[in-house]
Design a protein around this ligand. Structure first.
Ligand SMILES: C[S@@+](CC[C@H](N)C(=O)[O-])C[C@H]1O[C@@H](n2cnc3c(N)ncnc32)[C@H](O)[C@@H]1O
Length: 299
């Protein structure tokens, strides 16, 4: 039986929400319950994005916070977004669950369920239940995208965080190939390339389930990347969106670059500007990575 009195508690406020968790020395996955103040902006933007989505749906939405930690995200979603029905907060850790429950009570909220499952298992047990699935794990979201693809419903919103930016940006090539099946390249625009590799991997994974993505919003901030994907269904539509997959060829001498759409396409070898050998990155998403129309929907 977990007793909160056994812990020295830290109290913080974010947005309109107050939460408590066990004090820790430094932000790391070794903290008894994870809370990272650096992610406040990520959560603030999430609230705006989810509110925009809810306004567009014109009905109550159910949200799954798949990696709850302290519960800050799910609790803020229920507390600060209009038109939210049920929020499901899941975490594999029993201690995290205990604090999630405590933080729900601290904010006097109802209609929040707390669950303790492996993330993929939780999604599969609740296939088609959620309007929003929020994947905010330690490091890469890659192992969980198959279950998200299998379970996400038509017109739902999939939010994905990745903190393994050294892989996506090409500081470490092999982990990116292993986790995202894509070759990165560390250029001066490697954060955009990283976002495109992540989006491409989501598109390819979801395509197995005849689902496709529209990237509504994406950003690379500090140590993480974040995507907001609208999910659509249909094999023909999915085939069509996969035409957005391709490669970028980059010249490190004169910074010339060009893109080639298609998965089994030919890419240029030699820079047409200076004659140096071009370097390829990909496969990655060459479609839109922002939908500017949604920026003003909350004005
Ligand atoms: C980065 S933290 C979540 C942070 C939280 N979303 C926030 O905004 O503060 C990741 C959480 O995932 C949990 N976790 C790790 N592996 C998991 C798994 N396979 N299934 C579900 N939860 C998991 C950890 O216990 C940890 O609380």
């Amino acid at each position: 039986m977990i007793n909160l009195d056994d812990y020295k508690l830290k109290t913080i406020e974010e947005g309109l929400t107050k939460i408590q968790f066990p004090e820790y020395e430094k932000v790391s996955s070794d903290a008894p319950v994870f809370y990272n103040p650096q992610m406040e902006l990520n959560r603030d933007i999430s609230i705006l994005a989810l509110q925009t989505y809810q306004n567009e749906q014109k009905r109550e939405i159910n949200i799954c916070d798949l990696f709850g930690g302290s519960g800050i995200r799910g609790v803020r979603y229920k507390n600060e977004i209009d038109g939210v029905g049920k929020v499901y907060i899941n975490d594999i850790s029993e201690l995290a669950n205990r604090f999630e429950k405590h933080n729900v009570e601290l904010n006097s909220l109802e209609d929040i369920e707390i669950h303790q499952h492996d993330a993929s298992m939780f999604l599969r047990l609740n296939r088609g239940e959620f309007d929003v699935i929020d994947i905010d794990p330690f490091g890469t979201p890659s192992p969980f995208l198959d279950s998200a693809g299998y379970c996400a419903r038509r017109e739902s919103l999939l939010c994905v965080t990745a903190t393994d930016t050294s892989a996506l940006c090409g500081t470490y090539k092999e982990p990116c190939i292993r986790k995202y099946n894509s070759k990165p390249y560390k250029s001066e625009y490697c954060h955009e390339t990283g976002i495109r590799i992540l989006a491409g991997f989501c598109a390819m994974t979801l395509s197995k389930y005849a689902k496709c993505i529209e990237v509504l919003l994406s950003h690379s901030t500090e140590h993480y990347m974040r995507l907001y994907l609208k999910i659509k269904k249909g094999s023909k539509r999915t085939d069509e969106t996969l035409k957005n997959m391709g490669y970028i060829s980059h010249c490190k001498e004169c910074l010339y670059r060009e893109t080639s759409k298609g998965l089994a396409t030919s890419t240029p070898d030699i820079c047409p500007e200076c004659g140096q050998k071009l370097i390829q990155a990909g496969p990655l998403w060459l479609g839109n990575i922002q939908n500017k129309e949604i920026y003003h929907k909350n004005d």
